[in-house]
Design a protein around this ligand. Structure first.
Ligand code: AMP
Length: 125
């Protein structure tokens, strides 16, 4: 069920629980700004989610309210994870769903990294 991105941050969302270690995740990477883990329902041979450590509902919320240090740290972490996993040369795809039309289901900003095969058209036709 898509979320309403205008609602305030919900500390009970599933990714907040993962950050607090209350539910398990398959960790890929962590630093001061970001936490990366494998998607529970992968849509490609590699499907990693990267989330900021801060309490941000969506890309819209993050880009409006996060500090320059948080934004810089998070963007560098996304690049680092893809690079370290060896996806730069074959290529990969980043995706951030926002709100209802974006199909966002978890109300904590997450960037999807898809890789491991040719990914086809950008959007379903
Ligand atoms: P979105 O539609 O962009 O909000 O994507 C949410 C993603 O979170 C989906 O790809 C789900 O498979 C994934 N997801 C939901 N719960 C978990 C979980 N506990 N661990 C890992 N991934 C999850």
């Amino acid at each position: 069920m898509p979320i309403d991105p205008t609602l305030p941050y919900d500390d009970d969302n599933v990714f907040a629980k993962i950050l607090r270690g209350e539910i398990p995740s398959k960790k890929v990477y962590e630093d001061d700004w970001a936490y990366a883990f494998h998607d529970i329902n992968p849509q490609a041979p590699t499907h990693i989610l990267i989330i900021p450590k801060g309490r941000y509902v969506s890309w819209d919320d993050f880009s409006a309210r996060a500090s320059d240090a948080e934004i810089g740290g998070f963007v560098r972490a996304v690049g680092h994870v893809a690079r370290e996993a060896g996806h730069v040369e074959p290529g990969y795809r980043l995706l951030a769903n926002v709100g209802n039309h974006g199909g966002q289901e978890v109300p904590h900003l997450h960037i999807h990294i898809f890789a491991g095969r040719p990914l086809g058209p950008m959007l379903a036709r």
